[in-house]
Each structure stands twice: as structure tokens, then as C-alpha cells.
Write a protein that binds this ligand. Structure first.
Ligand SMILES: C[S@@+](CC[C@H](N)C(=O)[O-])C[C@H]1O[C@@H](n2cnc3c(N)ncnc32)[C@H](O)[C@@H]1O
Length: 298
């Protein structure tokens, strides 16, 4: 069953059998122009893709702008809808390949996650919960308003706006959207658990695997997982293997099939392999694909 394929998952998933997968975990493109693969829209205004001098000075940690250069054009405003339409291009096949009662965890980014939720819900998925992955650190930018006025030699406004910033707060959590494919009409969740071994979650495993949950009563939908050194360097948005292991252990048992259609350098697949689950992965970028193969072989 184990397979990793290079190419467009929107096409490749069509070759996956109906109801053959027990879990999808995917860190999908967030549609925030982080890298070329993250540009989902057809916005030719491209204000969002420009660079500011502050970004260049910061060593390009942020490869694109968070706001258009000259106000919000209609094309900028259409981006969320285009993201929804892009999610609709694959959500039907995700639904088709999953078994009844199977879970689907999606890392979708705070800004456009709601569009992804609607796309999957419109396909028939149940949106169960939004978990929070609490990270130990996160890069962010928020420009000081006073600096902007300093550059304009506007001392009065620079003083007046001291302490104010443009941008967002430090993003210390990432949402993990938890969906379930409903079990068929006429059956119950218990029937489904017996038939497919799917539909429940393993609280004991969650307790065992989460760092700060030191008692069952503290198990919650906030997953505090540190990124290790080995979780860095292969992909610009590489996730922690431990986090994927926790999610996999929560809702599957050994031998079940885990799929990641946007697998980057293969973190989900590595976690699945570590836990004796079968895996299916797709990645469109050749370099990342090579990393997956190397990681799985090592
Ligand atoms: C957010 S990253 C995933 C990173 C991953 N969680 C990791 O730890 O490496 C999303 C990945 O999806 C890939 N991608 C984008 N569109 C794709 C498509 N249509 N088919 C397959 N892969 C795609 C990108 O190349 C990128 O590597």
C-alpha cells in the first residue's frame, strides 16, 4: 500500500480507491503567498507579492507582503473566494477516498481556514473541532507606526503613535481543523467503530503523547508540541513529526492507511511509518519529493 508520488495531487488522488483511507492529515497551502506554491489566486495586481525594504532587511524571513501596496483592489478582495474554489477542487476526492467515520486533520492557516471549512462542509464532512497547535516560538512582523512617520520626518505623528503597530500579533498557535466523514444513515457510531475501527479517539494515547498534559483531565484541544532540531531545514513550512504522531495515534490503529496529498518533505508519512501505519503521499515539487524519499529510507 505504501506509496509516494510526484505530481499534482488533485489529479493523482483520482487513482486512489473509494473508501480505502483511514485518515487524511495535510498541511495544505495556506494561500497567503508564502512561496510560489502557496499562491492560489489569479490576482494579476500582484500587490501581495511585492517586497518592502523592511522585509529585505530582515533577511527575507517573509517572502511576500501581507497587504497590497496601494490599497485593496477587487482582485485582492477575491482571494478568499478563489481559495474556497481551490479547496473545492480536491475536497470531493478527499471525501470519496475516506472510509465512513474517518478523520481528516487540516492545517489551513488562520486567515483562510474558514474557507477550507466551508469547502469540506459543503462536500458532506462534519466539522468536529478546531484544535490549536501551540508552538514554542513563531517569527512575525509588525511594523512600528512611529517608524513610518520618522521616515517622513513627521515628528509630531511619530510621537503620537508611539507603541502602535501595523500587522498581527505573534502567531503562537496554528489551527488544526478536525473533520469526520459521517457514518452512513441507518447505522450508529458504535456500528461504525465495530465495522471500520473508526469514529472514536484514543484519549489515553493523547495523554501519553502530549508533553504538558499531565493528567487525563488536562487533555484538551490545545496541543503543545515543541519543534525539534530535526524538524527543521528540509521545507520552509516543515511541521513537527511528534505533532503528526499525536494526531495519527489519536484516531487510528496500527496497519490503517494515512494519506497526505500535500506532503512537503513528508513529515506526515514519516510519522505514519514510525507508528506502523500504511501511507500514501503526493508532492508536486521535485526537490521536496526527493527529501521525502530520503527521509523514508533513512
Ligand atoms: C504547507 S507545505 C507542506 C509541508 C509539510 N507539512 C512538511 O512538514 O514538509 C504544502 C506542500 O504542498 C505542495 N503542493 C502544492 N500544491 C500541490 C499539488 N497540487 N499537489 C501536490 N502537492 C502540492 C507544495 O509544494 C508544498 O510542499
Amino acid at each position: 500500500m505504501n506509496r509516494v508520488e510526484l505530481g499534482d495531487s488533485i489529479e493523482l488522488i483520482k487513482n486512489v480507491e473509494d473508501e480505502s483511507v483511514h485518515l487524511i492529515i495535510s498541511d495544505i497551502p495556506y494561500g497567503i503567498n508564502y512561496e510560489a506554491w502557496d499562491v492560489i489566486h489569479k490576482n494579476t495586481n500582484c500587490g501581495l507579492l511585492g517586497k518592502s525594504p523592511a522585509q529585505e532587511k530582515s533577511g527575507n524571513i517573509f517572502k511576500s507582503r501581507g497587504k497590497p501596496l496601494n490599497g485593496w483592489s477587487q482582485a485582492d478582495k477575491n482571494i478568499p473566494l478563489e481559495y474556497y474554489e481551490w479547496c473545492k477542487r480536491w475536497s470531493g476526492d478527499w471525501y470519496r477516498v475516506l472510509k465512513p467515520g474517518a478523520s481528516c486533520f487540516v492545517f489551513a492557516g488562520r486567515r483562510l481556514a474558514h474557507r477550507c471549512i466551508c469547502a469540506l462542509e459543503d462536500e458532506g464532512f462534519i466539522f468536529k473541532d478546531m484544535l490549536a497547535w501551540e508552538k514554542d516560538s513563531a517569527a512575525y512582523r509588525a511594523q512600528r507606526v512611529s517608524c513610518v512617520f520618522d521616515r517622513r520626518n513627521d515628528e509630531e505623528n511619530s510621537k503620537r503613535w508611539e507603541g502602535w503597530k501595523i500587522g498581527n500579533l505573534r502567531p503562537l498557535f496554528e489551527p488544526v481543523l478536525w473533520f469526520m466523514k459521517p457514518y452512513p444513515q441507518g447505522s450508529t457510531l458504535t456500528d461504525n467503530i465495530l465495522k471500520f475501527n473508526l469514529g472514536a479517539f484514543n484519549e489515553w494515547k493523547l495523554k501519553e503523547m502530549t508533553e504538558l498534559n499531565d493528567g487525563l483531565e488536562k487533555c484538551s484541544n490545545i496541543l503543545k508540541v515543541r519543534t525539534q532540531k530535526s524538524d527543521r531545514g528540509l521545507h520552509p513550512t516543515q511541521k513537527a513529526v511528534r505533532l503528526m504522531e499525536i494526531l495519527i495515534s489519536m484516531v487510528t490503529i496500527e496497519g490503517q492507511v494515512v494519506m497526505d496529498p500535500f506532503c512537503g518533505c513528508g513529515t506526515t508519512l514519516v510519522a505514519a511509518k514510525n507508528l506502523n501505519r500504511e501511507y500514501i503521499g503526493f508532492e508536486i515539487n521535485q526537490e521536496y519529493y526527493k527529501s521525502i524519499i530520503q527521509r523514508l529510507e533513512s
